[in-house]
Write a protein that binds this ligand. Structure first.
Ligand code: SF4
Ligand code: SF4
Length: 253
């Protein structure tokens, strides 16, 4: 099946941002004084070996080893440009005022980054005319049709993988030690832009090995999850959905 697309510059995807950024991009974004958050999640990792299944492998490759209580885990951190309302770079006529330097995800959208996620136009913000039959080919049978776009997606995935050790070091510098359970939500850390830049620059320059014994708490808003974490000897803590936790499920209790 073909999916055709051309941006109409409606500006919808440039509002209420949570744009995933590489470390290089986050340093530039936060260096301009804009907010960048850390979204942290964790998954038990008993064997430590890279899994073969595609979803688990994708997550494994952008995570780093750590501990929660007596449970070995892998923590993944997504750096996101966060902005309520219009992006600070959006011009009144809905053009990007940062076009030449816009983050990779701004160039990739509405295509997907994760290899296992199929593009569903119903989930995208683009208006119907953006998908009209006379638009350039975006996807054919689920595969990206444009080599330039394919290279951007590959570069974004490669950065997420190579950035993982520096994210582990930056988290320690920022005192971020809390993660949500994978697929349940994210623990959110929102450092001041200057502090984030300093931590990322230092972490990126460091050659220190990732501390595989670093302790992380796992937060959840579900009692059933906390019971499971307790049984697994993990350090689980209750957390309501608020500024410090984005839960995919309703709070329990
Ligand atoms: S950087 Fe440009 S393209 Fe990206 S969200 Fe902001 S205005 Fe939109
Ligand atoms: S929502 Fe879609 S059509 Fe509108 S500006 Fe973003 S990419 Fe372009």
């Amino acid at each position: 099946m073909d999916i055709r697309f051309d941006c109409t510059q409606c500006g919808r995807c440039c509002h209420d941002l949570r744009l995933p950024l590489s470390i290089d991009e986050a340093i530039v974004w936060a260096g301009r004084g804009h907010d960048v958050q850390l979204l942290c999640d964790a998954l038990p990792s008993l064997s430590g070996d890279p899994p073969e299944e595609i979803v688990a492998r994708f997550r494994h490759d952008r995570s780093f080893p750590a501990m929660s209580g007596g449970l070995p885990i892998r923590v993944a951190i997504i750096l996101v440009a966060r902005h309520a309302g219009a992006c600070p770079h959006l011009l009144p006529d809905m053009r990007c005022g940062n076009y030449a330097d816009r983050p990779r995800v701004c160039r990739i959208y509405p295509a997907e980054i994760a290899p296992h996620v199929r593009l569903d136009i119903q989930n995208k913000l683009c208006p119907p005319e953006a998908w009209a039959g006379d638009r350039p080919l975006l996807l054919r049978d689920g595969f990206v049709a444009d080599a330039g776009l394919g290279s951007l997606i590959a570069a974004h995935r490669a950065a997420a993988q190579s950035d993982a050790p520096a994210k582990a070091r930056a988290a320690m510098l920022l005192g971020a030690r809390t993660a949500a359970l994978w697929n349940e939500g994210y623990a959110v850390r929102a450092p001041a832009p200057d502090d984030l830049v300093a931590a990322l620059v230092e972490a990126r320059a460091s050659m220190e090995e990732v501390d595989t014994g670093a302790h992380w708490s796992i937060v959840s808003n579900r009692k059933s999850t906390l019971a499971m974490l307790r049984d697994a000897d993990a350090d689980g803590r209750f957390c309501r959905s608020d500024a410090g936790y984005i839960g995919f499920f309703a709070d329990e209790g």
